[in-house]
Design a protein around this ligand. Structure first.
Ligand code: HEC
Ligand code: HEC
Ligand code: HEC
Length: 230
């Protein structure tokens, strides 16, 4: 009888303690955010609190040495994440950043499609829900006369005729970007250019680094850019 009561009390205590601990904890630090699934770890480790806690489980002030000794140490033995970026995750915005490799790959894909079927390519690039709009960026299509042929974010640009007189959004040091796009495509076939432009769904200009690629030997070019992280 006595034993049962004690066990019951221990269970109640255990439940109360567990109820106060968050299922998932996040530790923000200079290297990125760590998402620690406390409850999942407890279950996975058969409820053995002593693997991480000394004495009564509570906050103990997690720090780098605990993370790199206890957390990482166990992962090495039992198979959890051991590389920096698997534990320390850069912010969501960084994860949403398109990479330069993706940009080149998408522009090549758009080029292939345009060379196979120009109309289908134009329609797909202009489609905001299409494959050439991804993460925080998109592909656009122009011709060597400066006309925008497809732009998923600002379709009005396709109605403006040649854009050679239009500058970027850098008030202090405007760049005639459409002239430069065509020069890059004509003279080099491909290249990168810095200028200022708003991100999709925003009005505030930020630094943009754009890849330009001539479409085969046609008078067309495609482009897509990454935005500088502020
Ligand atoms: C794999 C490691 C690990 C295991 C196993 C573990 N914990 Fe924790 N626990 C932590 C970490 C890390 C913290 C946060 C420490 C900090 O913030 O200083 C924590 C915090 C807590 C807290 C304080 C929560 C808060 O929000 O203040 C309680 C209570 C707790 N754990 C209970 C338990 C119990 C009960 C068990 C066993 C059933 C257990 N823990 C098993 C790692 C673990
Ligand atoms: C005693 C062993 C042990 C300790 C201590 C431990 N882990 Fe783990 N952890 C594991 C194992 C095993 C896995 C792999 C689970 C899987 O792949 O299903 C894992 C997976 C993870 C994952 C990736 C999976 C997920 O759930 O997101 C993260 C992140 C993680 N642990 C963070 C931590 C942090 C932070 C600590 C220290 C506060 C810690 N772990 C302490 C055993 C441990
Ligand atoms: C198993 C998960 C894990 C891995 C793998 C890991 N860390 Fe950590 N790291 C932690 C934890 C947990 C902390 C303490 C978090 C806190 O205090 O917010 C930490 C803290 C840090 C800190 C201190 C941050 C600050 O602001 O005080 C730095 C720097 C750091 N880690 C760098 C690295 C580097 C570099 C690597 C790869 C070589 C790495 N970490 C791998 C879990 C990990």
């Amino acid at each position: 009888m006595k034993k049962t009561v004690i066990v019951a009390m221990m269970l109640v205590f255990a439940c109360i303690t567990v109820a106060y601990a968050a299922d998932v904890m996040t530790f923000e630090n200079s290297k990125g955010t760590i998402t620690f699934k406390h409850e999942e770890h407890q279950e996975m480790l058969d409820g053995d609190c002593s693997l991480c806690h000394e004495g009564t489980p509570d906050k103990f002030g997690i720090d780098r040495s605990f993370g790199h000794t206890t957390c990482k140490g166990c992962h090495k033995e039992m198979g959890g994440p051991t590389s920096c970026n698997d534990c320390h995750q850069q912010d969501a915005e960084a994860a949403e950043q398109a990479t330069r490799a993706e940009i080149v790959e998408m522009c090549k894909k758009a080029e292939e499609l345009l060379l196979t079927n120009k109309d289908a390519g134009i329609a797909e690039i202009a489609n905001k829900e299409g494959q050439f709009v991804w993460k925080n960026t998109y592909v656009f299509l122009m011709d060597f006369d400066g006309n925008m042929l497809a732009h998923p974010m600002i379709p009005q640009l396709t109605e403006k005729g040649p854009l050679f007189h239009v500058a970027d959004k850098n008030k202090d040091n405007p760049k005639m970007i459409f002239v430069e796009f065509v020069e890059i495509a004509k003279n080099n076939g491909e290249g990168w250019l810095w200028y200022m432009w708003p991100k999709p769904n925003s009005r505030e200009p930020v630094d943009k680094f754009t890849y330009i690629r001539r479409v085969g030997f046609t008078d067309l070019l495609v482009g897509a850019g990454i935005y500088h992280k502020k």
